[in-house]
Design a protein around this ligand. Structure first.
Ligand SMILES: [Zn+2]
Ligand SMILES: [Zn+2]
Length: 777
């Protein structure tokens, strides 16, 4: 099937994807386009179609000139035309489906605001008393019933009319519920206000108002109200930007020239606090001035109030935001604002790569190296790669920005597929913080068994005494990360997952971080009945506890998944630290990004090794990125700053390069390792994951897949495995995987998909494709 509009009113046929929120069919269905609808049906149009006995919502994704099947049914109606998925996004969905090996409806689902067609615009009932204070003579009130009405008024009607009068809500006579806007002299009151003033429940007040409307005493209108997460922000005079550094000038000039021309793709490599955001904002201002739209993607974790504030001050109400913490209604309304062109700058997390803005001129991917840009459920797309594809297809400019670019992106820049722009100095030429690496083996030899090295302890004491702020980083939450019986060596593990349980708060619960299983911490070993239960492995809770023990007066807050579950708690913790209510912030990678706090003068990395030892070829890259990002939180103000990194592996090239914040040194080592081991970017990967409740059946199916796919691989392709996944069991499901590797990623995906579509997996066994996987666990 191909895209394109219906021509000349000729009868034609449409491929329709049923709204994935209603039915996940995995493919498009065909319908006839009746002649009376043909002028209104385009690619992306939301329609109603028959599906068995039901009438269901769907989206037109393509047309065909001839009926592809016999007995075809008609499209019944066009739904809200302003909710149409723009045609370029339908094309993008097609690309996502083919590239990532998913179905078209899975891909289209990513294009829709959350909740699909199920979320309706919110409407508000407004009421006003007819006439009276508008100076309308009683004879003009409408009909005879209205004239006679006062005599028949009950006490509830009188109360509602009095409420309207007290609220000053008056309107000219007109048809009840007329959709026209209010005349200038009219004032309307919302149902809630009227009910409160009349002392009734809203439902009761609504009934009384309806009756009074029939009598011509009041007028009612429904008005659509936007659910706006930015509501309450004062509209401000938009700020001009600060003067640019020479490096920023060069970058802005290159990007602006591309915006005026036919587009382009850039990698903006700028050290932390070098002013990348200013470059993004100048580029956005340029395309907005051209009457085009811009999208800026940020990692979910960096979508802080601080980020939004910065953009709000520059762009004001042209801004829309899209991310997973919004309610379905808010997301729906923001999506519509972007779709209608009311908002021309969209900031959002991963899924905002699909924001339905018209005339896309710019798409920015900030912190492009972040693994959270990869979606872990179907469609398993990478927002950075979607952004590059979309920009190229729509003639827009793409900017990937990072202080620590992914190896893939830097390699693409070295090969000339991305234009490299660099910002090598911090704003105001502040020096990068000095980084001290502490060998924790030496600490042990010197008799220091504490989680704080002598260097970190001394630095912390000094900063506290000077009333400066400290960030302590550890990428592991909980209190103790494993629990062991000293007598028999038994480790408490999750009964459903192949992982050890984590202690949360001493004397409380052991929890599984993968399935949520919990049990009380044992005092007796379940294996040998011994009593020497010991807690090992430091998590953020224990860092907080230990720091408070050593510095009793210090005010400490902790920011991790456990303390930020409730809506708004992340913002509250962040404000407490920013406003100085807390001196010390302990946290996971949540604290590594987005925080720009000039009074932070010390960053302590409790263990640099948490990511280094993972069985993943990106472990070294992750470690370098995380250490560089977290170190960048220090010394952003005039007080300067220092960083202390604790490790058992001080000789590792990732740690040594992070110490000097030397990206080029890291990259030159890492790229050689990738070349030698045939990993990306030299070879492409497609990971196939198998899971099932029955271990043997899952392993057998994985083996059968590998035998078959081997014969379908493109030239130069190979298959590794099958092997148990590093996390061999999660939520009671056994996990196996196979890795396809080669230069032709389309060929690898097609081979895997072809075999899986023809295969009959045993009951309960599932297989999933992950193209360009970012995690191998
Ligand atoms: Zn034991
Ligand atoms: Zn578990």
């Amino acid at each position: 099937v191909t895209g394109g509009a219906v021509t000349g009113g000729a009868v034609s046929y449409a491929a329709v994807v049923i709204d994935p929120a209603v039915a996940a069919l995995g493919r498009a269905l065909h319908y006839r386009v009746p002649p009376d609808l043909s002028a209104r049906v385009r690619v992306g149009t939301p329609v109603l179609v028959p599906l068995g006995p039901r009438v269901v919502p769907g989206y037109v994704v393509a047309f065909a000139a001839e009926a592809p099947v016999a007995g075809i049914k008609d499209i019944m109606a066009v739904r809200e035309a302003d909710a149409a998925v723009p045609a370029p996004l339908v094309d993008l969905a097609d690309w996502v489906a083919r590239y990532y090996g998913c179905s078209l409806d899975e891909a289209l689902h990513a294009m829709l605001p959350g909740g699909g067609a199920g979320v309706r615009p919110r409407r508000e009932l407004l009421a006003a008393r007819v006439g009276a204070s508008l100076g309308v003579p009683p004879g003009a009130r409408g009909d005879a019933a209205a004239e006679a009405a006062p005599a028949r008024r009950g006490p509830r009607q009188a109360a509602v009319l009095q409420a309207l009068e007290a609220l000053g809500a008056f309107a000219a006579p007109g048809a009840p519920g007329a959709p026209d806007g209010p005349a200038p002299a009219e004032t309307w009151a919302g149902l809630g206000e009227v009910a409160a003033r009349a002392g009734m429940a809203p439902a009761a007040a609504r009934g009384v108002l309806a009756r009074l409307a029939e009598l011509g005493e009041v007028r009612l209108v429904q008005r659509e109200v936007g659910r706006d997460p930015l509501a309450g922000r004062a509209a401000v005079a938009t700020e001009a930007g600060p003067p640019l550094t020479p490096e920023q000038e060069t970058a802005v000039a290159a990007v602006t020239a591309a915006c005026a021309g036919g587009g382009g793709a850039f990698l903006l490599h700028g050290v932390t606090a070098s002013g990348k955001t200013e470059v993004y904002m100048r580029a956005a201002a340029t395309v907005l001035a051209q009457g085009r739209s811009a999208i800026m993607l940020v990692p979910e974790i960096a979508l802080t109030p601080q980020t939004i504030d910065v953009f709000w001050r520059r762009f004001g109400p042209r801004l829309a935001i899209l991310h997973s913490a919004l309610s379905a209604g808010e997301r729906h309304d923001q999506w519509r604002r972007a779709r209608s062109g009311d908002a021309t700058l969209v900031i959002g997390a991963r899924s905002a790569a699909f924001a339905p803005v018209p005339r896309l001129g710019l798409i920015v991917v900030d912190e492009e190296h972040e693994s959270t840009y990869k979606q872990e459920d179907a469609p398993r797309y990478h927002a950075r790669d979607v952004a590059l594809r979309r920009a190229a297809a729509e003639g827009a400019v793409a900017i990937l920005g990072s202080a620590t670019p992914s190896v893939e992106s830097f390699h693409a820049a070295a090969a000339g597929r991305l234009t490299l722009l660099r910002l090598t100095t911090r704003i105001d030429e502040r020096p990068l913080p000095a980084v001290t690496v502490v060998d924790m083996r030496e600490e042990l030899k010197a008799g220091n068994r504490s989680m704080f090295s002598r260097a970190l302890a001394a630095a912390a004491a000094k900063r506290l005494a000077q009333n400066e702020q400290i960030i302590l980083f550890l990428n592991r939450r909980g209190h103790s990360t494993f629990v062991l019986c000293r007598e028999c060596g038994h480790v408490m593990r999750c009964p459903h997952c192949d992982v050890s349980l984590v202690l949360h708060a001493p004397g409380s619960l052991l929890r599984c971080h993968y399935c949520g299983f919990s049990r009380p911490a044992p005092t007796v070993c379940p294996s040998c009945k011994g009593t020497k239960i010991r807690f090992f492995g430091v998590g953020t809770q224990r860092v907080e506890e230990e720091f408070c023990r050593l510095h009793p007066g210090a005010r400490v807050v902790r920011m991790d998944v456990d303390t930020t579950r409730r809506k708004g708690s992340h913002e509250a913790l962040w404000r407490a630290f920013r406003d100085g209510a807390a001196q010390v912030l302990v946290g996971t990678q949540m604290v590594a990004k987005g925080l720009d706090l000039p009074s932070v003068t010390l960053v302590g990395v409790i263990s640099a090794d948490t990511a280094l030892n993972l069985p993943d070829f990106r472990a070294g890259e992750r470690t370098f990125q995380l250490l560089t990002q977290v170190a960048g939180r220090a010394g952003r103000g005039p007080l300067g700053g220092e960083v202390v990194v604790q490790t058992y592996d001080p000789g590792h090239y990732s740690i040594r390069a992070a110490q000097r914040q030397d990206y080029d040194a890291f990259y030159s080592q890492e790229i050689e390792a990738r070349r030698e081991l045939s990993f990306p970017p030299f070879r492409r990967l497609v990971l196939v994951q198998f899971s099932g409740g029955d271990a043997a059946a899952t392993a057998r199916f994985a083996g059968r897949f590998v035998d078959q796919v081997r014969r379908a691989l493109p030239a130069g392709g190979e298959v590794l495995g099958p092997a148990p996944a590093p996390l061999a069991r999660i939520k009671g499901r056994h996990r196996w995987q196979a890795m396809l590797r080669g230069e032709d990623v389309w060929g690898l995906t097609a081979a895997a998909r072809g075999v899986l579509e023809a295969a009959r997996p045993p009951a309960g066994v599932r297989a999933a494709l992950d193209v360009d996987p970012v995690t191998m666990l």
